[in-house]
Design a binder for this molecule. Sequence first.
Ligand code: PMV
Length: 319
Amino acid sequence: MSSATACAQPNIALVKYWGKRDEKLILPATGSLSMTLDSFTTTTSVHVGEDADSFTLNGSPASLAATQRTTGFLELVRELAGDDRPAAVVSTNEAPTGAGLASSASGFAALALAASAAYGLDLDQPALSRLARRGSGSACRSIVPGFAVWHAGTDDASSYAEPVPAPDLRLVIVTIDGHQKAVSSRDAMRLTRDTSPFYDGWVSSTREVLDEMVIACRAGDVARIGELTELHALRMHAVIASSRPPVRYLAPASVSVLDTAEALRASGVQAWATADAGPNVCLLTTPGDADEVAAAVGGLGGVRVVAPGPGARLVSPEL
Ligand code: PMV
């Protein structure tokens, strides 16, 4: 039997991915840019040579839907490796699954690396990123350490993430609700694309914001990075809310965090808000301002300060 274990962390997008132009290959409508975190690790072991595929998540057999998604992903790896033996996948997640903290990103990044190694493949970073993308789009960015830009690309071969230089930043994560979200990002993305009258504007304006963001990151322009981050998050929630039926991920407490960011900025503290497909809000800030920002949102939810972290990597202990 051949086995491998890998770790990966979630990433939080500063320029969001929302909408696919190819659902099977998971090719995004636009590029995006994110920070891979140093926390909320997913650790995944893959043991090849079992009687049947299985998926154990946080110590229990995973749901049928999660197991089917994992098996579908293993099929891609088996095709690449020319090896049809089933595998056992054992995974633990530090972040609450499905609560908008991108556990699918760390999950598929760790699975892509562990499964490719267990099946004997030696993929370079772009190839691994492309593979992780097939599991969950945003997972392609968790292969990369620190800040990553995911190129929309024109086909499977050209759609992957690579590192982008950026200043040292922190995210203050405010966990408002750890429960599973009502509409998955996969379903809501399709709904937005198919029903929002603003979708085309979302796509064209995201391309512009991404170009500006890459320039700001390379220049180390923290204020511009922050301003673009909050702008783009609010645009994403606006286009999602304009779907039919509407989807709303932000809760009253999320809006209070947005208000706090505004108040902090008015008092000279650097803080800009972003939120994924859920009610939790992250405040982007500098290492010097992170403690003050964390203190300001302390009453609004669970608070954790995170820094840029490593990309997906192989580790030795097995699960
Ligand atoms: O990769 P998915 O299907 O979990 O989609 C991620 C979508 C957002 O987290 C809302 C945005 C992003 O770019 O990560």
